[in-house]
Design a protein around this ligand. Sequence first.
Ligand code: FAD
Length: 280
Amino acid sequence: MNRTDKLFSFEFFPTKTEAGLEKLLDNAKLLTKSCQPNFFSCTYGAGGSTRDRTLETVLQLTKKTQVSTAPHLSCVGDSKESLRNLLQHYKQEGVNRIVALRGDLPSGMGTASGELRYASDLVSFIREEMGDHFHIEVAAYPEVHPQALNMEQDLLHFVNKVNAGATGAITQYFFNADCYFYFVERVQKMGITIPITPGIMPITNYSRLARFSDSCGAELPRWIRKQLEAYADDIESIQAFGIEVITSLCEQLLAGGAPGLHFYTLNQAEPTLAVWKNLI
Ligand code: FAD
């Protein structure tokens, strides 16, 4: 793979304990050594539930790996005032990239609340408050966001969100490259020129992947599901099959012109590295 013109990023989530953070940092160092990431990112619990831990993880990742790290930031359940303070804090700390999202409030925390309703409102807010300081990534859904009325509406909302000031997009994960190429072609026809980086979910565990895919609207194709079901508790076979499937997906995406790859590491280095080694 000639990686000079491709962007590779790796996502983490904030851990609950110091020991968890140390492990995360060790894995980030392994990824840094092998993959020379363009950036790391760290998720944010909607409603501000991980505000401090996301901040701490972002600062530690940058300090310990020297790789620039983008905090995710969601607007649902947060006030403009708290978002403004956080953005200013990030700016002071030298952060220059944000992943801007609407977020999903955990069940039991009520329906959408907060002063900004959609990710497009958050992107506009960041531009109003901070000018061009931040490179802003937004989320894209090649298989259609689960709450969208239909694909056409979802495409229009994506285009509006980009036009509000996003400079890049990262997709929800998927296992079928065609949906990605179709999505990119459609939004390019609507005037979008920013890089749209596919989100890649390594396969390591069937039940967790099936549950998560159901909740975020990512389709786990029947042939993958059937094979994972058949392996049951045979972890080695699941991992070998997962590496083969995800390597092939990444190869198709890069060969077809994807601007890079964004790996959902789930705070582990090994599953991503196993795929990476096949790509280089
Ligand atoms: P939006 O772009 O606002 O879209 C949400 C829905 O609203 C879509 O169905 C869209 O079609 C619709 N919509 C948009 N604008 C309008 C409008 N004007 N009128 C009517 N409908 C509209 N969640 C977290 O909580 N924390 C994270 O750190 C996090 N990181 C993520 C990273 C990536 C790369 C991805 C792909 C997702 C991430 N998520 C995260 C999940 C995300 O918050 C959810 O998918 C959420 O449901 C939608 O967020 P969004 O930013 O895509 O929302």
